[in-house]
Design a protein around this ligand. Sequence first.
Ligand code: SPV
Ligand code: MG
Length: 286
Amino acid sequence: MQRLTYPSFRTVLEERAFVRVAGVNHALGGLLAEEAGCDAVWSSSLEVSACRGVPDASILTMSEYLEAAANIQKVLQIPVVADCDTGYGGTMNVAHMMHEYEAAGITAVCLEDKRFPKMNSFVGTGQHLLDTGEFTTKISVAKRAQTSPETFFIARTEALIVGQPVAEALERCRAYADSGADAVLIHSKAKTRDQIMAFLDGWDFRVPVVVVPTTYPDWQIDDMRAAGVSVVIYANQGLRATVAALRDTYAAILRHGDSTVVEGSIASVRDIFDLQRLAEWQKLEA
Ligand code: SPV
Ligand code: MG
């Protein structure tokens, strides 16, 4: 059986003009994103915590998020971008995080400028920004702790999420890039892309820009590219599709009294075996 190899996220970004990333929380989701043609996957803190049945509020530990990201990367030929929240604490936690994620073969990490413990960006309460200086210290520490030149560090600002103006987001992102971030992620929970367009208008592209169009889903990829975006993360559509599909499937079976009603719309067992690469495993025994 061939050992799987994968390019670093940095290589993917260098080779492609635009990188499309799907949020996942387990290896099977990663395989399906890869099959669909995604260039990378996002090991989402929302997804990983939701699949454990707990809020995305720094409740799981770094080891639990790392295990999820590493298990996804093990079966993929595209790179994982690990959503590392706030870095799981203070600056020393960030250094430890860099060591551990690099050792696990993760080539891209993303840190956000909120206080630990953080709350998911779409929750109306509990959003607290870290001071710019405290976050640039975290970035500098992460870059000093980094051992592989391949490792890609994304600095994410939550300035717009907490209601700060675009000018504050721009100022923070400039400071983050100057402190060594390889890209900036500008997050927004607005219903339109106007805030992000205003950010892009003011950005000097000293490093590439990552966007997460969850609340403004009508932004076509060609238009994002034209506006200067380099990476798009579809952070939680997979999780939401899974929830809808499971809910419908279980309800339909119970309503019907047998499972014939869903047979035409669910994957075959053969399909699952193929995703598990069963034939390759069987060859090991042959
Ligand atoms: C995630 O997917 O965990 C993210 C994106 O960080 S968001 O849920 O929009 O905060
Ligand atoms: Mg997250």
